[in-house]
Design a protein around this ligand. Structure first.
Ligand code: DGY
Length: 325
């Protein structure tokens, strides 16, 4: 029996590529060549090799046009990400193609990244690092680069899914007070004493730090706009490790310049890898290159999980455990 053909759009951790090549007729993107940026090219390659599965990644253009152009042989699109906003799930469903993601395994790493940004923004770590590297540090001074502590602050988590709840668990260790906003309240055992808010204004005006963990897409597009920023307390912090499109960048830059928002920490951007130019000259924003899940352990686990989904559909003729839509 020939092995099913699996097209991998991106370079993946070695153990994942080895497993893929062992279990499938795997077509790797060994040089991480940029054809994955072009949906028509992904579809062309899938047709050329007769792919039955596609293992893609966050940001690959798997929209309606790409999915329409895929050959009938494709049965599963397994994304190496928890986010699925780059995939038109309805179009895939209409063509009978399973879509699956990699939830759970990246929650801790992504929360860790949000916490890193929170500390960087609160303690002005990026500014300090730049000062030292630039040879501008003239020694300890009583008033130098004073930030704010996290201890006792009210942390507002927008999107209280697995990642948001991991962040809450970390924040409790810093003696922070946890508030959250989501479409609905979670059960008490998941809430762990966090305060639920059912309206944006009440939520945003109650907190000192906002950490965003919302899915991308139309429903959350530019959610953090000028009006919502104006509801936040003066001197609040904004952290985003969800999706860049959820922030109105011009409005956030204005709030950072005026000081209404003390500092921000961003890991995600609208139209990545483009970064809104207004951020680049500001000292009070920490910018990371979408590192949320980027630990060796997590990326391996994501790869195993993505292949587990492919295995279920292509090797066992079952539903993908992490099927979405
Ligand atoms: C995801 O999984 O959606 C992240 O954004 C990439 O790790």
């Amino acid at each position: 029996m020939p092995k099913p053909v699996l097209l991998l759009t991106r370079r993946l951790p070695e153990a994942i590529e080895v497993r893929a090549a062992h279990d499938y007729d795997a077509r790797l993107n060994s040089g991480d060549e940029p054809w994955y940026q072009d949906g028509a090219e992904i579809a062309r390659r899938a047709a050329e090799v007769g792919a039955t599965g596609i293992l893609c990644a966050a940001g690959d253009p798997m929209g309606a046009a790409t999915i329409k152009a895929l050959p009938d042989s494709v049965k599963i699109i397994a994304t190496f990400s928890v986010g699925t906003d780059h995939i038109d799930i309805a179009s895939a469903k209409a063509r009978g193609i399973t879509v699956a993601n990699t939830p759970e395994v990246l929650s801790f790493a992504t929360a860790e990244c949000a916490f890193t940004l929170m500390l960087m923004a609160a303690r002005r770590a990026g500014e300090g690092e730049r000062m030292v590297r630039a040879g501008k540090w003239e020694g300890w001074a009583p008033t130098q680069l004073m930030g704010v502590t996290l201890e006792g602050k009210r942390l507002g988590i927008a999107g209280f899914g697995r990642i948001g709840r991991e962040l809450a668990a970390m924040a409790r260790g810093f003696r922070m007070e946890i508030h959250y906003r989501d479409l609905r309240r979670v059960p008490a055992e998941l809430e762990q004493g966090a305060t639920f808010h059912d309206d944006d204004r009440g939520f945003l005006s109650s907190i000192d730090i906002l950490s965003m963990h919302m899915p991308g897409g139309d429903a959350t597009r530019k959610w953090l706009n000028a009006e919502r920023l104006s509801w936040m307390r003066k001197g609040a912090l904004v952290i985003n490790t969800g999706r860049g499109g959820s922030v109105d960048d011009a409005a956030l830059v204005e709030a950072l310049i005026s000081g209404h928002i003390r500092a921000a920490g961003l890991d995600v951007y609208d139209g990545e890898p483009k970064v809104f130019p207004g951020y680049l000259g500001l000292e009070n924003v920490a910018l990371l290159p979408h590192l949320g899940s980027a630990t060796i352990e997590t990326r391996d686990a994501m790869g195993q999980r993505a292949l587990g989904n492919v295995d279920a559909v292509l090797l066992r003729g079952m539903a993908a455990p992490d099927g979405v839509g």
